[in-house]
Design a protein around this ligand. Structure first.
Ligand SMILES: *Cc1c(COP(=O)(O)O)cnc(C)c1O
Length: 426
């Protein structure tokens, strides 16, 4: 049979009820699971048998939803986390330890930038941030013997530039390390980074996947394509025995499932950033309509971007689907059906005019959020990127007048009317 389309997968993947079983994924609101014999549970602790014993490590609801996201991305395995921050931290920390180094695009979410350059630095993990438009030969020079990964965002938050996945996959693989891509904004409906050579995908499911501002969550997906054993000396955590599990070597024992098994068995066990099964249930409701919502978000965002571009008070608009956009060619290559509902723009008159305009909006609200059903906006220089110096802002491509505008699912005519009345006030 032909493989189902992505919309069908959004609805059906991850959970197939047996005869007489619940049609919707049941919420297994249980911390623990019962066994008949002590020996059976012992085998679970040794990773010799698959099964559930404690929700900090695995829970059937979470696993069903993770399996759906893995299927949407075309990966082999996935793990839900308590947040997108936890997902990005664990995705890197699963293969980097104190003394290691990785390379990240500088155009990333402010929280991730802080995690990589401040908090992980305190843990002894060094991150070199780069301009993602840097020529390949210059990026090559930044690799060191202890470099373990390359990181970027499919569509950068908040600058909505498009990461050249294929180029970075080529660079990462040339140096024997995996490419990790945060696919939060595009979602697998619009772009599937594994098809372009990425090895690991992360998500803040808090955004479009949940889609209703209902639950904070994250996810890590493994393509199963990176050959850890081929670079065994670089990734000892996957290729040498784990004494905390009686000497299991993940890459040998679990093959393509090694990376996610290690993340679950070690990182979740020790750090415990799990998603609650109830939140996983809400996330799954969001996933069931992701394909329809993304289409609407993208159509409305393009209408809003075109409106803003035509307004004389607007200094500039950044949206990948605009033909005038610097990311337009990458957009056509990686996500021809649509990018996301987020765009950014600045008003003539600079920072203060942009901020004053925001207060005049009635339908769109000022929120520390993005990518859900309600149109919202914020001013990164005053909000999400507030901790950054002017220099770091410039490096991340965040202009002082930049307004990040997340187009929701309201009627686009109403969104545009709201923008019009606010622009008329300034
Ligand atoms: C929001 C966001 C994160 C962080 O996710 P949380 O769920 O808020 O922890 C990471 N990456 C991107 C691209 C984001 O938009």
């Amino acid at each position: 049979m032909k493989e189902n389309h992505i919309g069908t997968k959004c609805i059906h993947e991850g959970y197939k009820p047996g005869n007489g079983e619940p049609r919707q994924v049941p919420v297994c609101q249980s911390t623990t699971f019962k066994y008949e014999t002590s020996d059976e549970m012992g085998q679970l602790f040794d990773l010799e048998k698959e099964g559930y014993f404690y929700t900090r490590l695995q829970n059937p609801t979470n696993d069903a939803v993770a399996a759906k996201i893995a299927a949407l991305e075309g990966g082999v395995a996935a793990m839900l986390t308590s947040s997108g921050q936890a997902a990005n931290f664990m995705a890197v920390f699963n293969i980097c330890e104190a003394g290691d180094h990785f390379i990240s695009s500088s155009s990333i979410y402010g929280g991730t930038f802080n995690l990589f350059t401040v908090t992980m630095k305190k843990m002894g993990i060094e991150c070199t941030v780069i301009d993602q438009d840097m020529p390949e030969e210059e990026i090559d020079k930044l690799f060191k013997p202890n470099t373990k990964a390359v990181f970027g965002e499919t569509i950068t938050n908040p600058t909505v530039n498009i990461f050249d996945i294929e180029k970075f996959a080529g660079i990462a693989h040339k140096h024997g390390v995996p490419l990790i891509v945060d696919n939060t904004f595009a979602t697998p409906v619009n772009c599937r980074p594994f098809e372009w050579g990425a090895d690991i995908v992360t998500h803040s499911t808090t955004k479009y996947m949940d889609g209703h501002a209902a639950g904070v969550g994250g996810c890590i997906v493994d393509s199963g394509n990176f050959d850890w054993m081929a670079y065994a000396d670089k990734f000892p955590g996957l290729t040498t025995p784990d004494e905390s599990y009686h000497g299991i070597t993940y890459a040998e024992r679990f093959g393509k499932g090694a990376y996610i098994t290690k993340a679950t068995a070690q990182l979740m066990r020790d750090l415990g950033c799990i998603q609650s099964p109830q939140n996983a249930f809400y996330l799954n409701l969001g996933l069931e309509s992701l394909h329809l919502r993304m289409k609407q978000h993208c159509n409305s965002a393009l209408a809003v971007a075109k409106y803003l571009e035509s307004n004389s008070k607007v200094a500039w608009v950044k949206y990948p689907a605009l033909e005038s956009d610097t990311s337009y060619n990458l957009y056509k290559k990686y996500m021809p059906e649509g990018s996301c509902g987020v765009l950014c723009f600045g008003l003539k008159g600079g920072r203060d005019v942009s901020v004053g305009f925001m207060d005049k909006l009635k339908l769109a609200s000022i929120e520390t959020h993005v990518a859900d059903s309600r149109t919202c906006l914020l001013h990164p220089a005053s909000h999400t990127h507030r901790q950054m110096t002017e220099e770091q802002l410039a490096e991340a491509g965040v202009a002082p007048d930049l307004i990040r505008f997340s187009v929701g699912l309201e009627d686009p005519e109403d969104i545009i009317a709201d923008l019009q009345q606010a622009l008329d006030c300034i």
